[in-house]
Ligand binder design. Structure first.
Ligand code: FES
Length: 241
């Protein structure tokens, strides 16, 4: 908070000493220090969820791996953001995501604009060792501006959080669990019948794949304004002061 004294914490990341403010997460500190940690469910401007587990890091003395987006800094922490074990887990998480739904990049409007695809490229994933499930979720194209295709969803819930936390509409939510979980509008009504949706499109802006897409775009044409949400969040905070 502006004008408030804050407590400085010192820790190491990948052997390098770094400073942090009390209450910061490991991910925030890593980003401030240009240290790459992969993320999928995290989105600046939205609450943190800790759902995808791609941001796992190792902390010395901790038996379990820690999700960097929801783990707060502590004095003297020794954090490793790269290791063989982490690479193995991150790769496995991505492979599980790819095998769980239908992600066919070559015919997708998000080709070239997809967070899942770019993470796979970054982490060197060129094949999936797990059998594909080939789910057959219904595609909801009843909305006049957007399409919801749960076959391409990674269940990061960015759309649900943007809809509730930023727009305040609470149209989108998650129904069912595990591999059967899917994004629904209102109480699983066709999106086009929704009386709560404001047609703002924030859900489409934050979707990491093409699970929610704007109509009228074709293959490899998904364009997003990723800076919009952090901007809106900052403006709201300024207004509240
Ligand atoms: S980014 Fe931390 S769990 Fe998804």
């Amino acid at each position: 908070m502006i004008g408030q004294p804050f407590q400085i914490i010192t820790l190491t990341m990948d052997g390098k000493p770094v400073g942090a403010r009390y209450g910061e997460t490991l991910l925030e500190v890593a980003r401030e220090n240009n240290i790459f940690i992969p993320t999928l469910c995290y989105f600046e401007g939205l609450s943190t969820l800790g759902a995808c587990r791609l941001c796992l890091v190792e902390v010395k003395g901790w038996y379990k791996l820690a999700p960097a987006c929801v783990t707060m800094v502590h004095e003297g922490m020794e954090v490793m953001t790269r290791s063989e074990r982490l690479d193995r887990y991150r790769r496995l998480i991505l492979e599980l995501l790819y095998s769980e739904r239908n992600h066919v990049c070559s015919v997708c409007i998000a080709n070239g604009y997809c967070d899942l695809q770019s993470l796979a490229e970054k982490l060197g994933i060129d094949h999936v060792r797990i059998p594909y499930r080939y789910p057959k979720f219904l595609v909801d194209a009843t909305h006049d501006r957007f399409v919801s295709d749960n076959n391409r969803c990674v269940l990061c819930q960015r759309c649900v959080r943007a809809c509730g936390e930023i727009e305040g509409a609470h149209t989108l939510d998650i129904m069912r669990r595990g591999v059967f979980a899917r994004v629904v509008s209102d109480l699983d009504q066709p999106w086009g019948d929704s009386t709560t949706c404001t047609r703002c499109g924030k859900c489409a802006q934050v979707c990491p794949t093409a699970a929610i897409m704007e109509k009228g775009r074709s293959f490899a044409e998904k364009l997003e304004r990723r800076d919009l949400l952090p901007y809106l969040t900052t403006m709201r905070e300024e207004e509240r002061k």
